[in-house]
Design a protein around this ligand. Structure first.
Ligand code: UDP
Length: 318
């Protein structure tokens, strides 16, 4: 039996990961979350499973666990700009930095492997398109996104120092924009906003002129690469980009959602938030070669599944 601890386990990616890993009967899951942006509803179907345990805990504080832990997936952190900015900014940096420290200590004590969910935000406003892992980024250290970007950058450096100094087995992935079932309808990110607005018959809100780009990865593809990364050879530590290289402007995304839900919906333009990256697209050559992975789910199919999920959520069916 393998004991796997997942921080951020009730969040969007964490809950999808819990469900995938528990389907292997040799795995026991300890799901840790403070439920700030996550919710127990996301893992409700697992709560009666004897191989699943939920601990309400904020990883800013040290975590003492009696059981021997084999693997840690450190996913805890608010990830939507509207959840991590503003009054939660310092909390976000603490989650990235103190949270990573606490989890690295736990990994060291248990001689466990630990995976860090880093982010494409470490590249900031990228001057290299597409972004390769060797690119060092262009982050505004005093901007409103810095709490997240610099927090995640500092977490990466902590991971590599624990690896160099204490031989902790680390894995670092840089997650690009991801969407799919279990996203919070109030999450504030573009895919959930557009779909929920469209399903409610509201105007779609584009920030700026909509010419900025993102590359969207369906969550099942992401879960697959996260698990492959954890299972990879110990000497492959990353960082590795995990995302879908198919790039869309935000206007194209709005049109896709309109096409699928209601062609007559209007678009309203709102101010572009400060430091909102202009272009983002991963180079995934490393993931392809080292992990034999590439995304399989096309945006059209992924959107269909996500629309179906939000439809049920909005109608209160789940
Ligand atoms: N965005 C938008 N309308 C929305 C929400 C977001 O036009 O209702 C834009 C946002 O300004 C950004 C892009 O969509 O340029 C992706 O934003 P999101 O918050 O999803 O992710 P991130 O900025 O972290 O990549």
């Amino acid at each position: 039996m393998k004991t796997i601890l997942i921080t951020g386990g009730t969040g969007f990616i964490g809950s999808n990961l819990c469900k995938k890993l528990i389907s292997d009967e040799n795995n026991k899951i300890i799901c840790v979350d403070n439920n700030y942006t996550g919710s127990l509803d996301n893992v409700r179907e697992l709560l009666n499973n004897p191989r699943f345990k939920f601990i309400e805990h904020d990883i800013i504080e040290p975590l003492n666990i009696e059981e021997k832990i084999d693997e840690i997936y450190n996913l805890a952190c608010p990830a939507s700009p509207c959840a991590y900015q503003g009054e939660k900014a310092i909390f976000t940096t603490k989650t990235c930095v103190l949270g990573s420290l606490n989890m690295l200590e736990l990994a060291k004590k248990n001689n466990a492997k630990i995976l860090q969910s880093s982010t494409s935000e470490v590249y900031g406003e990228p001057l290299m398109i597409p972004q390769l892992e060797s690119y060092r980024g262009n982050v505004n250290p005093i901007g409103i996104r810095a709490c997240y970007d610099e927090g995640k950058r500092c977490a990466e450096s902590l991971f590599f120092d624990y690896h160099r100094l204490y031989d902790v087995k680390i894995k670092v992935i840089r997650i690009f924009n991801t969407y799919g079932p279990m996203m919070d309808p109030n999450d504030g990110r573009v895919v959930s906003n557009f779909i929920c607005q469209a399903l409610r018959g509201e105007d779609l809100t584009i920030y700026g002129d909509g010419s900025q780009t993102r590359s969207f990865c369906y969550v099942d593809d992401l879960i697959e690469v996260i698990i492959r990364m954890m299972a990879s050879e110990d000497d492959f530590v990353g960082p590795v980009n995990t995302g879908n290289p198919e790039e869309f402007t935000i206007r194209e995304l709005a049109d896709l959602v309109k096409e699928k839900i209601n062609k007559d919906l209007k678009i309203v333009y709102k101010p572009l938030p400060a430091d909102d990256p202009t272009q983002r697209r991963p180079d995934i050559t490393l993931a392809k070669t080292k992990l034999n992975w590439e995304p399989r789910i096309k945006i059209s199919d992924g959107l269909d599944k996500t629309i179906e999920y939000f439809n049920r959520r909005i109608k209160g069916e789940m």
